[in-house]
Design a protein around this ligand. Structure first.
Ligand SMILES: Cc1ncc(COP(=O)(O)O)c(C=O)c1O
Length: 401
């Protein structure tokens, strides 16, 4: 059997070369559903969660995890996390708030950090006195102050430093390029003044400086954390430091898992012994590698120098690879040929009339035929949640197993 870099205990091939996920034969599962199927493994989410909890424990800081529901809002998944009892939710819109409440979270377990927030959004959020709100603009501070003087708020700061998967600029939310996120140091005096003018108590600072960072980006993350920590000096009422999400996972062969021990030691160095609770709001880290998108092969055809494998689902079902160059590697659900020397480089093409609708190019795969199935790995985060109905091909099924 070829060594496939993504293989792990709950995602592997059996002796017959069949892909097994969460103890389930993936090809058989795909055949039992018509059309694109997202399948999420509850066990993998729990494993990711307990690894992260262990790292936070090791930091010695009081801590709380707020799952970023923008990453995957499938209600059975949210309900499973609500049942855990100790996990909070990071939300970014009033509709996310309604869904979170409907899935069993209490307002006091929810932290809002949103951008370009309208008055009608604020009115819905402020109806929940226990909801924590991080402001990411001066206008948000002022408008909350006008509506609810004396309220507790958090402030999302932009430390002007950040990082992301592969040092990607697109995945860096705070850095040399000015972004829309958070309050910059240059605006800080005005932010404090606005809060004071409306008696707003600043109980938290928040920063989220990029997405998908791995061990190679931890030096840059460390510097961003140090820069963000300097804002604390002006905040006598602060109880919580929210270090955002962005913890990455392997997407390509050669990517190593994030060194969580080092990540946790950075947190400890900056925040332990200061009486603060460290909040973390991961999305991808908890759910992305816990999901597969299963598609069926509808054609295999050579065009000029390229062998195309056509599948029944396009980039609209999981736009992240196209938007952010974070690939979802296609994997054959059944190996017809287990010697990689006999695999062929293929382009895996979706069913959307857009030239960019390719899941992979020049990607070695075993022989495939019409009616076979492929699994796109790392499909558990920012897939279904970001999907669209482009070309009216937005239909899919989701399953938590
Ligand atoms: C404010 C905030 N927190 C958390 C997240 C979750 O990020 P990730 O899924 O990379 O952990 C995001 C994602 O964009 C975000 O904007």
């Amino acid at each position: 059997m070829p060594a496939e870099w993504w293989a792990r205990t709950d995602l592997h091939r059996d002796d017959a070369g069949r892909l097994i996920f969460a103890g389930i034969d993936v090809e058989r599962l795909a055949r039992s559903h018509d059309g694109p199927l997202f399948v999420y493994g509850a066990g993998r989410v729990q494993a990711n969660l307990s690894r992260l909890r262990g790292a936070l424990q090791a930091s010695g800081c009081a801590h709380r995890i707020y799952y970023a529901m923008k990453c995957n809002r499938f209600p059975p998944l949210l309900k499973m996390l609500a049942e855990d009892g100790a996990i909070g939710l990071d939300i970014c819109s009033p509709d996310e708030l309604d869904l979170a409440l409907a899935c069993g979270f209490r307002a006091g377990d929810i932290s809002f950090t949103g951008t370009s927030v309208a008055d009608r959004d604020l009115d819905r959020l402020l109806a929940h006195p226990d909801l924590h709100i991080n402001c990411d603009s001066l206008g948000q501070i002022r408008r909350i102050g006008e509506r609810r003087p004396g309220r507790a708020i958090g402030i999302r700061v932009n430390p002007g430093l950040g990082t992301g998967y592969g040092d990607s600029e697109r995945l860096t939310y705070a850095g040399a390029r000015t972004t829309k996120f958070g309050i910059y140091r240059e605006q800080w005096a005005e932010a404090l003044d606005l809060a004071a003018r409306h008696d707003l108590r600043i109980t938290a600072i928040h920063f989220h400086v990029g997405c998908g960072y791995l061990s190679g980006q931890l030096d840059a993350w460390d510097e961003a954390v140090a820069a963000a920590a300097t804002f604390l000096a002006d905040l006598p009422h602060v109880t919580t430091v929210n270090v955002g999400g962005g913890l990455g996972l392997p997407h390509r062969p050669g990517d190593a898992p994030l060194d969580l021990a080092r990540w946790s030691s950075i947190i400890a160095r900056h925040f332990s012994g200061r009486g603060l609770t460290v909040a973390v709001e991961p999305g991808d880290y908890l759910v992305k590698d816990a999901g597969l998108l299963l598609l069926s092969v509808v054609g295999v055809e050579r065009k000029r120098d390229t062998l195309f494998v056509a599948v029944d689902g396009g980039f609209n079902l999981h736009p992240e690879p196209a938007y952010y160059d974070l690939p979802c590697e296609p994997v054959a659900c059944v190996l017809r040929e287990d010697d990689p020397a006999h695999w062929h480089p293929v382009s895996v093409a979706g069913n959307i009339n857009e030239a960019l609708d390719l899941w992979a190019e020049d990607h070695p795969m075993p022989p495939l035929a019409e009616g076979d199935h492929i699994a796109l790995i790392n499909a558990g985060g920012y897939g279904s949640a970001m999907s669209s109905n482009h070309c009216m091909r937005g239909a899919f099924t989701e399953l938590l197993v």
